[in-house]
Design a protein around this ligand. Structure first.
Ligand code: IPM
Ligand code: MN
Length: 326
């Protein structure tokens, strides 16, 4: 069966890593019917288009979306991030951001579940008396019982499916006493339904130390949108580098297509030089295949990417190596 995929290479190294990831998928024996979408900073600079509602509606008919990276230095911050990436996450209700981290030597293996549609990312806030000495800027954090609970439930289900069955809530309940309280109460209530899953709680600042000094303590982590954003860059840094960090923006209810993308950005400094590590994009593609039920291909691709020390060379050389291993 062929899967209908929307492909958004985006900007910069997105154009280099996505073709490699698609090659690997085909080499793993999975048939794709790809629809290309030219979106990102470069498109915006060309004709002012970021992402229109008609395109989002068109995507609802797809099985999944694969994105490279978006962003160009000459577009003001927020235009592409909010208008494209966050619009995708919000409009398609991709409420789980799943980011797995594996140490190159196998010493740790954990997954961060980041809430993907609320928190400070919801965009609540504004200016008062802008550009005066009395300017006020507020940036709120939106946390709903529904939004927190569905994310926490997903994390418990994931933890239950794994060998260690251990789930850690990461927040900052000692300072964010409203949002933290809602997260903690929800987490503890849902935990009662999962007696087979052991739980822990870490403040986010302490989690930063553990990520560096003792990451093997973690199995599954669940956290809010902004903490998850920051922690997963650190997760990449302690797991072989951001060039290996993959992610899935998931709608677990499957009411809309999920979107898969490497954690890294468009890296304009090395774009066009065949230097980018394509493994993060390849592993994101593997996550997509698993979500589409292509478990055997996903496992084979992960295995082909596992011996990271020997996965060196240019973007295309690494891609060819992975294909050869398949
Ligand atoms: C990520 C990115 C995005 C985020 C940016 C580009 C909007 O950093 O996917 O982690 O903050 O979520
Ligand atoms: Mn990020």
């Amino acid at each position: 069966m062929s899967h209908r995929i929307g492909v958004i290479p985006g900007d910069g190294i997105g154009h280099e890593v996505i073709p490699v990831a698609l090659n690997v998928i085909r080499a793993a024996g999975v048939e794709l019917d790809c629809v290309d979408y030219d979106l990102g900073g470069a498109r915006y600079l060309r004709d002012g288009v970021v992402l229109d509602d008609a395109t989002v509606e068109e995507w609802r008919g797809l099985d999944a979306l694969l994105l490279g990276a978006v962003g160009t230095p000459d577009v003001p911050p927020g235009v592409i991030e909010r208008g494209l990436l966050l619009k995708m996450r919000f409009d398609l209700d991709l409420y789980v951001n799943q980011r797995p981290f594996l140490a190159p030597d196998g010493s740790h293996d954990f997954i961060v579940i980041r809430e993907n549609t609320e928190g400070t990312y919801a965009g609540e806030g504004g200016f008062l008396r802008k550009n005066t000495p009395f300017e006020v800027a507020t940036q709120g954090s939106v946390n709903t019982r529904h939004g927190v609970e569905r994310c926490v439930r997903y994390a418990f289900e994931l933890a239950r499916s794994r060998d260690r069955k251990h789930l850690t809530l990461v927040h900052k309940t000692n300072v964010l006493t409203f949002a933290g309280d809602l997260w903690e109460r929800t987490f503890n209530e849902v935990a009662a339904e999962y007696p087979d899953v052991s739980t822990a709680y870490n403040h986010v600042d302490a989690a930063c130390i553990y990520f560096v000094e003792d990451p093997k303590r973690y199995d599954v982590i669940v956290t809010d949108n902004l903490f998850g954003d920051i922690l997963t860059d650190l997760g990449g840094a302690v797991s072989g580098g951001i060039g290996f960090a993959s992610s899935g923006n998931l709608n677990p209810d499957r009411t809309s297509p999920s979107m898969f993308e490497p954690v890294h950005g468009s890296a304009p400094d090395i774009a066009g030089q065949n230097k980018a590590n394509p493994v993060a994009a390849i592993l994101s593609a593997a996550m997509m295949l698993e979500f589409l039920g292509e478990d055997a291909a996903a496992t084979a691709i992960r295995k082909a990417c596992s011996d990271t020390e020997t996965l060196t060379g240019s973007t295309t050389e690494i891609g060819d190596l992975v294909v050869a291993r398949l």
